[in-house]
Design a protein around this ligand. Structure first.
Ligand SMILES: C[S@@+](CC[C@H](N)C(=O)[O-])C[C@H]1O[C@@H](n2cnc3c(N)ncnc32)[C@H](O)[C@@H]1O
Length: 343
């Protein structure tokens, strides 16, 4: 049995719910931010010796801010960066101070007003969505917060929707390197730069710029990108597909017809024939039965026999807001790659 088959088997046999449910990648990481003591967090976040505080000017200078820009400070915390961003974008611009903690959002809104910034708007978001208006943001700024995202794919998806086509994400995060990083970072931050970068890329972004002025943290800018080949198939690797199915971030749907499914199908897949998609996706909208079979909160990988019908199915559904990724590999190729065929 090859590596992929073993990985799928472990997922199917040990954690059947993982396939159906997107799990928190770090349950409990935000416990201290529910009903936080804002005063003590201000002392902790806005003090000399915290690297991102010491380098706050360089961090903000590197963002390329201009008057009129619309910026979202995701995980604004006590507002250290919101209050630096506000004067840079000026009265014609806006800063959304976004946080899951209503206490932090209230504090940032109040302190921004006290400093005379009328362009700051607080948003209490959810652990799965930044709750920003669609197609409205020029820059998403995420400092010391990405490792607090419990549902990174869904949060990133909401950020991708909120960003304008030429918008970008600036990520400031801790390096996490065995033998180099402190024990606190090794325990607190769930993964290093390579993993976080890959997660963000898989959500539809590519690295555009990198700055190396800090020791413990990195500064990365991402831009939006379409992750497709010239024919329109996803460029996600089979390893990525396996991993995203395993942790419940993605679902696999077979768009071949019933007779082909009956002749053999993948254990991981569910059936939604192209004929049913054609009938259910009309000018009047999407039928209820299609809506029930297409998860809105997951990446949907379509596969067929040889990579043709997936493109038609994806095209038919493109205006409905799904994250559908057509696979070039068909049924037999996926079995060869290690996916389990149903018995
Ligand atoms: C370590 S603090 C960083 C605060 C600020 N960015 C700074 O660097 O000073 C992390 C913040 O992220 C917030 N947070 C955690 N998960 C979040 C999510 N999914 N969306 C938005 N904010 C989140 C927490 O409430 C907390 O305020």
């Amino acid at each position: 049995m090859n590596r992929i088959a073993i990985c799928l088997l472990v997922v199917i046999t040990l954690s059947p719910h993982a396939v159906g449910q997107e799990k928190s990648v770090r349950p409990g990481i935000n416990k201290s931010f529910s009903e936080p003591d804002v005063g003590s967090f201000t002392e902790r976040f806005e003090r000399e010796g915290r690297e991102v505080y010491d380098f706050r000017q360089e961090i903000i200078d590197s963002c390329g801010l201009r008057p009129g820009m619309i910026v979202a400070d995701i995980g604004a915390g006590t507002g250290l960066f919101t209050r630096m961003l506000a004067p840079r974008v000026g009265e014609t611009g806006r800063v959304y101070a976004v946080d899951i903690s209503k206490e932090f959002v209230a504090h940032v809104t109040k302190t921004s007003q006290q400093e005379g910034y009328k362009n700051v708007k607080g948003i209490v978001c959810t652990p799965t969505s930044a709750e920003l208006p669609d197609n409205s943001i020029d820059l998403v700024f995420i400092c010391d917060t990405y490792h607090h995202f419990e549902f990174p794919y869904r949060t990133l998806r909401s950020l991708r929707r909120a960003l304008r086509p030429d918008g970008s994400i600036v990520l400031v995060e801790f390096h996490r390197e065995k033998g180099k990083s402190s024990e606190w970072i090794m325990n607190h931050v769930r993964a290093g730069k390579e993993t976080f970068q890959r997660e963000i890329e898989l959500a539809g972004f590519e690295v555009d710029e990198e700055k190396d002025f800090m020791e413990q943290s990195y500064w990365l800018r991402f831009r939006k990108t379409e992750r497709t080949t010239s024919r329109g198939h996803t460029t996600d690797s089979i390893d990525d597909v396996i991993r995203l199915l395993a942790n419940g971030t993605a679902a696999l749907i077979d768009v071949r017809e019933q007779a082909e499914w009956d002749g053999g199908h993948l254990q991981e897949a569910s059936l939604l024939p192209l004929s049913e998609i054609r009938a259910g996706a009309t000018n009047d909208g999407l039928s209820k039965s299609l809506q029930a079979k297409l998860p809105k909160t997951k990446i949907i990988y379509f596969h067929c026999r040889s990579g043709g019908r997936v493109l038609v199915a994806t095209e038919l559904l493109k205006t409905y807001g799904y994250d559908i990724r057509p696979l070039q590999s068909g049924f037999s190729a996926l079995v060869r790659d290690g996916f389990e065929a149903a018995r």
